[in-house]
Design a binder for this molecule. Structure first.
Ligand SMILES: Cc1cc2nc3c(=O)[nH]c(=O)nc-3n(C[C@H](O)[C@H](O)[C@H](O)COP(=O)(O)OP(=O)(O)OC[C@H]3O[C@@H](n4cnc5c(N)ncnc54)[C@H](O)[C@@H]3O)c2cc1C
Length: 388
């Protein structure tokens, strides 16, 4: 089967690997450089801790298991070229301040435990033993040992290198311009800035541009951008040991608010910098770095970990999360246009969810059984159609 993938971000890269290793003939196109868009703009958290029981949590747990295997598989498949993509199974600590937040966190963690997540309630003393820099205002916390972290741009490159080793080709600086259809209206390829490309299946993995790309191909998909900004500190001796965030992060991840929402998530990286996130804002593709938003992110981070007040910020950056209105990824075949498939809409969790998405998509496309049901992610589901 000949598959053409639009987008060489982490989702397109993971799909290329899963498909090529199953014997498909894979071509990936990207209008820019591979790993040059959203997948280079995120933090690289692989989280179960922020997900409520349901299909996304199931996909996250499936993906986390795959990430753990990828650590050794990608090194072997690329002849050691990617011996590390900074995979760190460091676990997460979610902290609450005040009675109401503590009660909400406790209820959330209890529901997650019932769904099989390892969510361990901590006393303030225990939380401080894990994270000594937590603010004095913390009243309770939960430890999530399953949470992990990767460097997302390196992980994307490693997945693409593995896909290439399995026979895939990657065409950078090649922009999709339109569909190729046969007499029956079926999609049989695309036109690009570098000429036509034929395929048995076209997979849209174009991140926040997936709605635009679907439109260019004659389909409708309700996936668009949700902007996020981050701060990066200068390198420092390690003082943060887990992914640490406050309870407002879960609310922001699951919120439908179109206005600005900021919530705190901090983590150290392998290079010694600290990433401080993040914001969520529906402003289309306006990439302005807004200082007032950065100030709010910084204020909240200092409230969670006061020592950060002394940290030097060396840069700020941001990107556009691929947002689907019902907060679930879109994985599967277009209900109306034969030959068109999607792997997109992962919003703030595309790094974490990429390997599971790719395995499910590849199995479904090639007519194999899938490891979990794809129904909740179906492109034709009513919750997505209503928005479209
Ligand atoms: C601030 C921020 C923090 C984040 N933190 C995390 C996190 O901690 N953990 C996590 O799991 N996720 C996180 N995310 C989300 C994550 O980055 C995304 O879900 C993920 O990168 C999406 O990957 P993708 O491959 O779908 O999209 P992208 O990486 O955007 O790739 C899509 C590609 O399609 C290409 N393309 C678009 N249009 C065309 C066209 N017409 N022709 C050809 N090519 C085209 C683009 O050039 C791009 O390279 C964060 C995002 C942001 C913005």
């Amino acid at each position: 089967m000949k598959v053409l993938i639009i987008g060489a971000g982490i989702v397109g890269a993971a799909c290329a690997r899963s498909l090529a290793r199953r014997g498909a003939t894979v071509t990936v196109i990207d209008r820019g450089a591979p790993a040059g868009a959203t997948s280079a703009a995120g933090e690289g958290n692989l989280l179960v801790s922020d997900k409520a029981p349901g299909a996304e949590l199931d996909l996250a747990r499936y993906s986390l298991g795959l990430w753990a295997s990828l650590r050794t598989e990608l090194a072997a498949e690329t002849n050691g070229a990617f011996a590390s993509f900074e995979y760190q199974p460091k676990g997460g600590v979610v902290a609450a301040s005040g009675e109401a937040a503590a009660a909400a966190l406790s209820r959330f963690a209890e529901a997650q435990r019932r769904a099989g997540v390892d969510a361990r309630p901590l006393s303030v003393q225990e939380a401080r033993a894990l994270e000594p820099e937590l603010a004095a205002s913390i009243t309770s916390a939960v430890h999530y040992p399953e949470d992990a972290q990767v460097q997302p741009a390196i992980a994307t490159e490693a997945l693409l290198a593995s896909a290439r080793a399995a026979g895939a080709r990657v065409l950078a600086h090649t922009t999709l311009t339109g569909p190729l259809r046969d007499g029956a209206g079926r999609l049989v390829g695309v036109t690009t800035s570098n000429g036509p490309l034929e395929a048995d299946a076209v997979l849209v993995a174009a991140g926040p541009w997936s709605g635009e790309v679907a439109r260019t191909l004659g389909a409708t998909l309700a996936v668009g951008p949700r902007k996020g900004l981050l701060l990066v500190t200068a390198r420092m001796p390690q003082r943060i040991w887990h992914k640490v965030y406050d309870t407002s992060y879960v609310g922001a991840v699951q919120s439908d608010e179109r206005d600005l929402a900021t919530s705190t998530v901090v983590e150290s990286t392998a290079s010694g910098t600290v990433l401080i996130g993040s914001s969520r804002q529906d402003v289309g593709f306006d990439g302005t770095i807004d200082v007032a938003v950065l100030a709010e992110i910084a204020r909240k981070a200092i409230a969670l970990m006061p020592f950060l007040a002394e940290a030097t910020v060396i840069r700020a950056y941001g990107g556009f999360r691929p947002f689907s209105r019902d907060h679930l990824p879109v994985i599967g075949a277009d209900p109306d246009l034969d030959g068109l498939w999607y792997a997109t809409g992962h919003e703030g969790a595309g790094i974490g969810l990429a390997p599971g998405t790719a395995e499910l998509l590849a199995a479904a496309m090639l007519g194999e059984p899938t490891a979990m049901s794809l129904d909740p992610f179906a492109p034709g589901r009513p919750s997505l159609r209503e928005v479209a």
